[in-house]
Design a protein around this ligand. Structure first.
Ligand code: HOZ
Length: 428
């Protein structure tokens, strides 16, 4: 497989972009080698700058649940763009998108922003403004974007790069972030006991998906709900990854636990830079200009992005009865392939990740004991067979509606070969 052009492009990029990329986890730091430079995507495939084609399971890290360049979504974008790229004034589609998001998850009001980072950061500020408290609880290994206070013990690229606590975050600010253990209710109770009356919210990925995919244990999310209620704190679901993916109604639909606030990203923008935070009316009314919690944005509710997001959600809503069962089936087929290859798997619906460990981890400390070198060999084996997976053991695989049965089967065969290759020094 020739990768000369990608190599050249990366060499040029490194001169002007830090690390040659615009987001750290893209840089192949955990697996070695140079990143592929992508020129186009169609359905479930991407093509790199050297003309190599790959079945894609990164899918832009989650947004592309309908696949690359979905005809209806690209047409919606084209039509919206031809009317003007941005106005910085209200448009009707923002209301429609907010209504669609709220109807799906059970929220009453939403505010549109540009990225998952902004959505989480703003929702945390809102929780603080609403409760009048400063401290928040997050879980080690969970990632909520790169706002200062949320980088404490963070997953995703921080974990991949070995810097779960970023430089540049003032210690005085970081100490307002209390860190609990995902899937360990007692660790949350202990923080509430030690910080009575001071905690504004618990922010959690309902399915942890930035330390590999770690599903919540039975009762975990319900216990968080109870602890928050007992202590007058808000429960904030970061559904940037899980929203509209693990079910049309996200975690509330899948697990029957309703938070006070939600952060959405990825799928809600249909592949464009759009995200949202949402919640109960009483809380959302605190956001400016209705209330005193300030948050703003020149491109918020951008007309082209809302067109992509709305079109995507409308397709998901109208065909949810067929889409989600089909995604579940494809995810289950891939899970089986990994298990048959002797690799543990975390999976919820079409979101999954292999773990090079004897058993699927349920806690962050167990995730950290997985075999990173075996992952790197597996990654190289998959790429050599034309399968594009994330260059990090801590990111999920995203299955889309566009993944064909034939490509899923081709992937299963590739998994068997790549895992045999990755297995040599497994389970250290
Ligand atoms: N935050 C993404 C991973 N969970 C990475 C985004 C990117 O590198 O494009």
């Amino acid at each position: 497989m020739d990768k000369a052009r990608s190599r050249e492009l990366f060499a040029a990029a490194k001169k002007v972009l830090p690390g040659g990329v615009d987001s750290p986890v893209r840089a192949y730091g955990a697996v070695g080698g140079d990143p592929l430079f992508i020129v186009r995507g169609r359905g479930d495939e991407i093509e790199d700058a050297d003309g190599n084609r790959y079945i894609d399971y990164v899918m832009s890290w989650g947004p592309l649940i309908l696949g690359h360049a979905h005809p209806a979504v690209t047409e919606a974008v084209r039509a919206a763009a031809s009317e003007g790229l941005t106005f910085g004034a209200p448009t009707g589609r923002e209301t429609q998108l907010a209504e669609t998001i709220c109807e799906a998850c059970g929220a009453q009001m939403a505010r549109l922003v540009n990225s998952g980072t902004e959505a989480c950061m703003s929702a945390v500020r809102l929780a603080r403004g609403y409760t009048g408290r400063d401290k928040i609880v997050k879980f080690e290994g969970c990632y909520h974007g790169h706002a200062d206070g949320l980088l404490v013990r963070a997953g995703s690229g921080c974990l991949t790069g070995g810097v779960p606590d970023s430089a540049g975050v003032p210690a005085a600010y970081a100490k307002e972030t209390l860190v609990a253990v995902y899937n360990d209710v007692e660790s949350v109770r202990a923080l509430f006991a030690a910080n009575a009356g001071q905690i504004a919210c618990v922010i959690v990925e309902p399915v942890a998906a930035n330390m590999g995919v770690v599903p919540p244990e039975d009762g975990f999310l319900r216990s968080l709900r109870e602890i928050c209620d007992e202590n007058g704190a808000l429960l904030l679901f970061d559904e940037v990854i899980t929203g509209f993916r693990i079910a049309y109604g996200g975690a509330a639909e899948r697990y029957g636990v309703t938070p006070d606030l939600w952060a959405f990203g990825k799928i809600v923008g249909g592949g464009m830079p759009l995200a949202a935070y949402a919640g109960k009316r009483e809380i959302m009314r605190c956001v400016a200009p209705a209330g005193k919690v300030y948050q703003a944005g020149t491109l918020s509710g951008n007309p082209v992005a809302t067109a992509a997001g709305l079109c995507t959600l409308q397709i998901l809503r109208s065909r949810r009865g067929e889409i989600y069962p089909a995604l579940e089936e494809k995810g289950a087929r891939l899970e089986r392939a990994y298990r048959e290859a002797g690799v543990a798997v975390g999976r919820v619906g079409s979101l999954l990740s292999p773990f090079f460990a004897r058993e699927r981890p349920a806690r962050f400390a167990e995730v950290c004991r997985c075999d990173g070198e075996a992952f790197a060999r597996y990654f190289a084996g998959m790429q050599a067979q034309g399968i594009y997976v994330a260059p990090s053991p801590f990111e999920g695989m995203f299955v889309s509606c566009a993944h064909t049965q034939e490509h899923i089967e081709r992937t299963c065969a590739a998994v068997a070969a790549a895992c045999a290759h990755g297995a040599e020094r497994r389970y250290v």
